[in-house]
Design a protein around this ligand. Structure first.
Ligand SMILES: CC(C)(COP(=O)(O)OP(=O)(O)OC[C@H]1O[C@@H](n2cnc3c(N)ncnc32)[C@H](O)[C@@H]1OP(=O)(O)O)[C@@H](O)C(=O)NCCC(=O)NCCS
Length: 213
C-alpha cells in the first residue's frame, strides 16, 4: 500500500521520514515511552533510523502495517508530536484484525491528540474504502491508565487482563486487552472503571483523578 496522509482539523498524520529520525530518537528516550512500550532502552539514533527507514516503509509496502507521525494540522512540517500505527494480522479480508499502538511527546499529552488521531485511523481502518477491518485490538501493560483512557474514548471494551501477555526487553508482563468491532459505537461504551467495579485498581485512586465521561 502507498503511504498516505490522514488529517482533520485536530491532527495531521503522515508516514515518518528520514527527516524525523533525530526527533524520534529524542522522544524515545522518554521515561514513560520506555516504561510502557517495547522500544529498545536505551534508545539510539540507529534504532530510530532502522525503524523509520526500514521497518515502517516495509510494513506499508507489504500491507502488514501502517504507521503515521502525529503533527498538528497547522504545522504539518513541524516537529513530530507522536506516533500512531496499526499492525495487521494475516487473516484474509474481510476477517482481518489490526492492533493499534501509539505514543505522544510529553508536551503533546493531555489534550486529546492521540484520541483524535485514533479516531481518524479507526474510521479509515473499518471503512470499506479503507482496510475494511472487522475488528481492532488494543493492548497495554497493566497499569497504563493513560493509554487505557484513550482506548476507552475510542470505544474499545477492555475484556480482561492476560497474564504474561507481552514481552518487554526480555521480560514477560501482564497486559490489558480490549477490542473494538466494526459495528461498535466509536465512543465510550462502558463506565470508566472505579474501585468498586474493577479489582485491578488496588491502590489507585482513579475516581478522584478522572471524572467519568
Ligand atoms: C498513552 C498516551 C499517548 C496518552 O496520551 P494523552 O491521551 O494525551 O493523555 P494523558 O497522558 O494526558 O492521559 C490520558 C488520560 O488518562 C488519565 N490518566 C493518566 N494517568 C492515570 C492514572 N494513573 N489513573 C487514572 N487515569 C490516568 C489522564 O487523567 C487523562 O484523562 P483525561 O483525558 O480525561 O484528562 C501518552 O500518555 C503516552 O505517550 N504515554 C507513553 C507511551 C504509551 O504508554 N503508549 C501506549 C502504549 S499501550
Amino acid at each position: 500500500m502507498e503511504p498516505f496522509v490522514l488529517a482533520n482539523e485536530h491532527v495531521h498524520l503522515a508516514m515518518p521520514t528520514a527527516a524525523d529520525v533525530d526527533r524520534i530518537t529524542e522522544l524515545c528516550q522518554g521515561a514513560e515511552i520506555a516504561a510502557w512500550t517495547t522500544v529498545p532502552s536505551p534508545y539510539t539514533r540507529a534504532d530510530a533510523a532502522s525503524y523509520i527507514e526500514e521497518v515502517v516503509p516495509e510494513s506499508w509496502r507489504t500491507g502488514r502495517g501502517s504507521t503515521w507521525a502525529i503533527r498538528r494540522p497547522e504545522a504539518p512540517e513541524g516537529p513530530v508530536l507522536g506516533m500512531i500505527g496499526l499492525a495487521l494480522d494475516t487473516s484474509p479480508t474481510p476477517e482481518r484484525s489490526a492492533e493499534i499502538g501509539y505514543w505522544l511527546a510529553p508536551e503533546a499529552r493531555g489534550e486529546g491528540l492521540v484520541t483524535e488521531a485514533g479516531r481518524i485511523v479507526t474510521d479509515w481502518a473499518f471503512d470499506d474504502e479503507g482496510l475494511g477491518l472487522s475488528r481492532m485490538v488494543w493492548t497495554a501493560f497493566t497499569g497504563n491508565w493513560a493509554s487505557r483512557r484513550a482506548a476507552w474514548r475510542l470505544g474499545f471494551r477492555v475484556e480482561g487482563t492476560v497474564r504474561g501477555f507481552g514481552v518487554q526487553r526480555g521480560v514477560r508482563r501482564d497486559a490489558w486487552i480490549g477490542t473494538l468491532l466494526a459495528g461498535d459505537p466509536r465512543e465510550p461504551v462502558e463506565p470508566w472503571p472505579s474501585a468498586e467495579t474493577d479489582g485491578d485498581l488496588a491502590g489507585i485512586d482513579v475516581v478522584s483523578r478522572v471524572p467519568a465521561g
